[in-house]
Design a protein around this ligand. Structure first.
Ligand code: ADP
Length: 350
């Protein structure tokens, strides 16, 4: 049974309550015309009171989710309440966040009059869930096999003391691999959550790149791969943490070496444009399989049949470092002809 309408002063109190909660509340027509949104909705999505009349409620939904909304329409029209539904919202400035909540229609004379929805921002919870999944993956897939190998080596060393030096050597190598995996994971986590302060300095890129090539030259030579520097104009400066930037260069160079053919050449270059400085590392390797391209910067990502040791964390760390410097990282690749990884950083004035 419908309640009698509230006296105006009580209705004001209810609106005051809605304005002061942190959940996102919206009333909109089935076509998406916004009838009411509370303060939390306006603030999270970045629209002023005036602007909400110029947008459609569907505009804040991530484009990938429009199909999902259409699929739910039948249930809503049948009078169902959709609970615990998750959506990705896109704020006016493009920032994405995850919400969870409920949605149903208010009907009038059998027709949907408006939709009521209340959502809660669960971005932090999603991040914690993702981290938990990654830690389980780390323990299950990445740490268990070196640990099993260490135990195997130690057992053998105990049973056959004459094999001890060789077995201890293997145990040591596997322990070092485990430690570097854990350190790498913690380092991505810290960098992408804004921890790990950067030691920003005004840096000239050409000498930094030359030093990184020099340091990695022996690694290349061991695999029969040589480095060349094609164009590294002097005077290109960025504001960056030299150690972190060297870490990115070392990751890109060691990947380029790993995937180069025998006697291959890896070419490093430096250029500028549009207020950015670009560093590129090109190899003549097999290229990156198409199905793997959108996953390559993910944590523990390694392409099937393209694993060459390593952990699948190098590019995730590189991306986190470049983004912390306000830059971006990317690649171009062609099957059988090679891959060029590049990163761009804002050019610093002298
Ligand atoms: P790791 O090298 O430790 O496996 P990365 O994050 O550096 O981790 O690389 C992830 C994966 O991306 C590699 O395992 C490989 O499949 C692919 N990859 C990286 N660099 C290249 C490259 N230059 N050419 C082809 N594949 C590459």
């Amino acid at each position: 049974m419908a309640l009698p309408p509230l006296p105006p002063e009580e209705a004001l109190k209810l609106e005051d309550l809605l304005e002061n909660i942190d959940d996102l509340v919206i009333l909109a027509t089935p076509e998406g015309k916004i009838l009411y949104v509370n303060r939390a909705w306006r603030e999270k999505l970045g629209y002023s009171q005036d602007e909400i009349h110029k947008i459609n409620a569907h505009d804040v939904l991530h484009p990938m989710q429009h199909r999902l909304v259409a699929a739910n329409e039948a249930k809503l029209l049948a009078g169902e309440t959709l609970r615990d539904i998750q959506r990705t919202f896109v704020a006016k400035d493009g920032r994405e966040f995850f919400v969870e909540g409920f949605l149903n229609y208010k009907f009038k004379e059998g027709k949907p009059e408006y939709v009521r929805a209340v959502f809660r921002d669960i971005t932090e919870r999603k991040k914690a869930e993702q981290m938990k999944d990654e830690l389980v993956a780390l323990a299950t897939h990445e740490l268990r096999s070196p640990l099993t190998a260490i135990i195997g080596s130690l057992e053998l060393a105990k049973r056959h003391p004459d094999s001890a030096p060789k077995m201890l050597e293997m145990a040591l190598r596997n322990s070092q691999f485990m430690l570097s995996l854990i350190n790498d994971y913690l380092s991505v986590e810290k960098l992408s959550s804004g921890g790990a302060p950067l030691n920003l300095q005004s840096l000239e890129l050409a000498p930094l790149l030359e030093r990184a090539l020099e340091t990695n030259r022996a690694l290349g030579a061991k695999a029969g791969v040589s480095f060349e520097l094609s164009g590294a104009p002097a005077g290109l400066k960025v504001s960056a943490d030299p150690e972190r930037l060297t870490q990115v260069l070392t990751n890109l160079l060691s990947n380029a070496v790993k995937f180069s053919p025998e006697n291959g050449k890896v070419t490093a270059s430096l250029s500028r444009g549009g207020g950015f400085v670009r560093v590129a590392i090109a190899d003549r390797g097999p290229g990156i399989p198409e199905a793997f391209r959108d996953k390559i910067f993910g944590r523990f990502a390694q392409a099937e049949g393209h694993r060459k040791g390593g952990s699948g964390l190098g590019l995730a760390i590189s991306k986190a470092i470049v983004e912390r410097h306000g830059g971006k990282i990317g690649f171009s690749t062609s099957s059988g002809a090679g891959t060029t990884f590049y990163f761009e950083l804002p050019e610093a004035a002298d």
